[in-house]
Design a protein around this ligand. Structure first.
Ligand code: GLV
Length: 326
């Protein structure tokens, strides 16, 4: 019997390959670099399944080039790179990898928060110049973290994980989302649901954990930055376009806020040049989920979603299963 064909846009990890190889004839893009678009369009032509990353745009053009495609399984929780309605129209299932990366991403949000407040990256760079003259009273003064107010925008699994970590720092937690979470979660995390305006006005740290949608694009703009404290820091581990980078650079220039720490960018892999030049900004290359354990789990999950689908079962992380033709 002919086995279904899959394209994996990276070599993945052995544990994920074992799952895929048991169910599919797999064409693995052989290197850990982005597959060129033309190559992706060429290789997808006869495939039944696609295992992709968030850097690959899955749009109508790609779907048209893949008439046999039945499932797109992304190795990411975010799926703003996939035109899900277009997939649904063509009866293509879409799956993602929720849950396994929450704590790892929350850890990174905290690493960024600490780094920007306590000027860790600037200190490291200074030490490497060999130019540190020794202890001084006013060197690299930052902001305290403990006892401050943490504002969490988007109180899903990752946002809550960030809030949970703040308990050890005796912080006050404000959160904003489209809906309130159950009272027992608010109690457990000592978190108060507030309107966005209040969160921006009262928080010392504003951390973003929303998906990218039409409603969250440029949520952080000149107008929202103007509402923040001049001593506050912005942390973004969600999606780059949630922040208007030009507005952020201007707000930092005008000292409207004290600093920012970013893991994601509006036009990855490019970073707004005005941000690159600033010392009050910490920049990381989209590594929120980048621990060995978590990235392995994500790849295994993506492979499992595809394999389950071709075994005739509903994949555990189906995004549009109910909308597909039976
Ligand atoms: C990472 O950004 C993801 O969406 O998994």
């Amino acid at each position: 019997m002919n086995r279904p064909k899959a394209l994996a846009t990276r070599p993945l990890f052995p544990a994920a390959r074992a799952i895929l190889d048991a169910s599919f004839d797999v064409d693995y893009w052989p290197v850990q670099d982005k597959i060129p678009r033309a190559e992706l369009l060429r290789r997808i032509a006869g495939c039944d399944a696609l295992i992709c990353l968030l850097t690959e745009k899955i749009d109508d053009e790609l779907l048209a080039a893949a008439p046999k495609l039945r499932i797109v399984s992304t190795v990411s929780v975010g799926y703003d790179h996939i035109d899900v309605p277009a997939c649904t129209r063509r009866n293509v299932m879409v799956t993602n990898t929720p849950g396994v990366l929450d704590d790892t991403t929350a850890d990174l949000a905290w690493a960024l928060l600490m780094a920007v407040a306590r000027r860790v990256v600037e200190g490291d760079a200074w030490m490497r110049t060999g130019g540190w003259p020794g202890w001084e009273l006013d060197q690299l003064l930052g902001g305290d973290v403990h006892g401050k107010t943490l504002g969490v925008i988007g109180f899903g699994r990752i946002g809550r994980g960030v809030a949970r970590r703040s308990l050890g720092f005796q912080m006050k937690v404000l959160y904003h989302d489209s809906a309130r979470v159950p009272a027992e979660i608010e109690r457990e995390l000592c978190a108060e649901f507030v309107p966005l305006e209040r969160l921006l006005r009262d928080s010392d740290f504003v951390t973003l954990h929303v998906p990218l949608t039409d409603g969250t694009r440029h949520l952080i703009s000149t107008s929202t930055l103007n509402q923040m404290k001049s001593t506050a820091y912005l942390i973004n581990t969600s999606r780059g376009p949630v922040v208007d980078e030009a507005a952020l650079a201007q707000a930092l220039n005008e000292k409207k806020i004290a600093g920012a720490a970013l893991d994601v960018y509006e036009n990855e892999p490019r970073v707004h040049p005005a941000l690159l030049a600033r010392r009050d900004v910490v920049l990381e290359p989209h590594i929120g989920s980048a621990s060995i354990e978590t990235r392995t789990k994500m790849a295994v999950m993506a492979a499992t979603n595809a394999a389950e689908f071709f075994a005739g079962r509903r994949p555990p992380n189906a995004l549009n299963a109910d909308a597909l033709r039976k």
